[in-house]
Design a protein around this ligand. Structure first.
Ligand code: CDP
Length: 228
């Protein structure tokens, strides 16, 4: 089998990574992997299994339960989309709400959680060429990725985009709550001990505050075409 290729799309919360990563994957005929969904699914499991006590994560309880967590992606014929399964249950929608968003960065700080998910991510790349988005894809998971992007945009613009998305889904939430959540997650994600969010030295920086989705896609595709 020929060597698989990896495009890493890292960056801050709500920078539109998943939208553009999906589109690039479709165009390149690569598999798209949402690594954030994996951290969200573990968080959903932690919430369901009372691993948070008074909003604080009981790390050892979660670590002891890690072997009970099975995560996979599957194509769903109803929605015609790839969805994430947690212990065979489709949790694609359930993991996107604010409850999971408000807890996920604490779960993502746990080294044992990261080890488990990074192993799974590397297994996926041994089978298919991938576009994977996340926080540590170019820096830790695939330091030899073929192309690496690092996405950013102003916090206000990111909160505006995420607020609109959640409103469309019918979640009752204020702009301010979304803004606070984004800032809090950025702060935890960039300052944590294990695999913090950083721009890999060889990553291409994309500030999309003033870029349309189309412009951003073209810029990224152009960079990819120069390498692949
Ligand atoms: O909300 P957004 O789409 O920006 O985030 P996400 O990609 O769904 O990721 C949710 C959270 O998972 C992040 O805030 C990080 O705490 C964590 N994460 C991580 O630590 N490493 C990754 N490779 C992906 C996500």
């Amino acid at each position: 089998m020929s060597k698989t290729q990896v495009i890493a799309v890292d960056g801050y919360s709500s920078t539109g990574k998943s939208t553009v990563a999906k589109r690039l994957a479709k165009h390149l005929k690569f598999v798209y992997v949402d690594s954030g969904a994996m951290y969200r699914a573990v968080t959903f499991f932690a919430l369901q299994n009372q691993c948070f006590e008074h909003k604080k994560l009981n790390r050892s309880k979660l670590i002891n339960l890690l072997d009970d967590i099975d995560i996979e992606f599957k194509f769903d014929h109803n929605s015609q989309k790839s969805v994430i399964l947690l212990n065979q249950n489709n949790v694609e929608e359930a993991i996107r709400g604010m409850q999971v968003s408000n807890h996920v960065s604490y779960v993502a700080e746990v080294q044992e959680v990261r080890q488990k998910l990074v192993e799974l991510q590397r297994q996926m790349a041994s089978k298919h060429s991938l576009v994977m988005d996340g926080r540590d894809i170019g820096s830790v998971v695939f330091p030899n990725a073929d192309v690496k992007f690092f996405m950013t945009a102003s916090a206000e613009e990111r909160a505006r985009r995420r607020f609109k998305e959640l409103q469309q889904k019918g979640e009752s939430i204020t702009y301010d709550e979304v803004y606070q959540n984004i800032q809090k997650r950025d702060q935890i994600d960039t300052s944590r001990q294990h695999s913090p969010l950083i721009q890999a030295e060889d990553a291409i920086l994309i500030d999309n505050t003033n870029l349309s989705q189309e412009e951003q896609f073209e810029v990224m595709l152009d960079s990819i075409s120069q390498v692949l």
